[in-house]
Design a protein around this ligand. Structure first.
Ligand SMILES: NC(=O)c1ccc[n+]([C@@H]2O[C@H](COP(=O)([O-])OP(=O)(O)OC[C@H]3O[C@@H](n4cnc5c(N)ncnc54)[C@H](OP(=O)(O)O)[C@@H]3O)[C@@H](O)[C@H]2O)c1
Length: 220
């Protein structure tokens, strides 16, 4: 059967790399900005009606946030906004596409963060949201087996528009690279490759895959 994959957030960063590298899949994408690629829908996944896509075999949810503040400065609104974008947006899409994914024995890929594996200062809100997303992924992997596979990829700092402020000078980029055991930051392609692996490996579900330059597990 032909693979038909929807990438929510397929116009920038990791999602864009995925759309470009996902050979052999009929790619659909969603974002709030326009694209000249075919099968692109301009909409806000948190609020707008989602398009029906007949025969969908894959769903990738990319929208996310990096909202780093000391814990005492994080407001209830900060926590709610991070939870809404990272978790509830994914929930909305997963509930909408559940039936078609089930019918087609589909695969889901979500994105967490290294910061829910390894404690990092100022990450309380995003780590709480992404930690929730990771647990959601495992719960759904169990609930939906054997019909739908669900996996989550946990990147560390990756060179995308989302991370722009953290990588805005050569010094910041170098410092960020040096914090990683592999002495570099991630590229969108590094992370997209892991998402492709999750989409295509039919014996993989319920997994959290760290693609993080060794950050989550190594001290060197
Ligand atoms: N980059 C990193 O360093 C890093 C580190 C750890 C985890 N991650 C996670 O990896 C995932 C991908 O990150 P990224 O860096 O590639 O993000 P990005 O550069 O911000 O790209 C996100 C994509 O999602 C779309 N999007 C955002 N909000 C949307 C909405 N409400 N409705 C529809 N589309 C929306 C964006 O397009 P529009 O803005 O045009 O809508 C864009 O295409 C995220 O979940 C992020 O939390 C990233």
């Amino acid at each position: 059967m032909e693979k038909k994959t929807l990438i929510i957030g397929g116009t920038k960063g990791i999602g864009q790399a995925l759309v470009e590298q996902l050979n052999g899949h009929d790619c659909y994408s969603i974002s709030r900005s326009a694209s000249n690629r075919p099968n692109h829908f301009v909409l806000d996944v948190l609020n707008d009606d989602l398009p029906e896509i007949e025969g969908l075999t894959g769903l990738v949810y990319c929208p996310g946030s990096i909202n780093l503040k000391p814990f005492h400065r994080l407001s209830r609104e900060d926590f709610l906004a991070d939870f809404e974008k990272n978790v509830l947006g994914a929930v909305r899409a997963l509930q909408f596409y559940f039936r078609t994914l089930k019918k087609n024995k589909g695969a889901v890929v979500l994105f967490g963060t290294v910061a829910s594996q390894q404690g990092m200062p100022f990450h309380a809100s995003i780590a709480a949201a992404k930690g929730g997303l990771e647990s959601l992924a495992r719960s759904l992997a169990a609930e939906w087996a054997p019909s739908i596979r669900v996996n989550i990829v946990n990147p560390s700092l990756t060179d995308t528009p989302l991370a722009e402020a953290l990588l805005s000078t050569d010094q910041k980029r170098e410092n960020a690279a040096q914090r990683h055991p592999l002495k570099k930051i991630g590229s969108p392609s590094d992370i997209a490759k892991a998402a492709i692996f999750c989409l295509e490996n039919d014996w993989l579900t319920g997994q959290s895959i760290g693609v993080d330059g060794g950050m989550s597990t190594l001290r060197v």
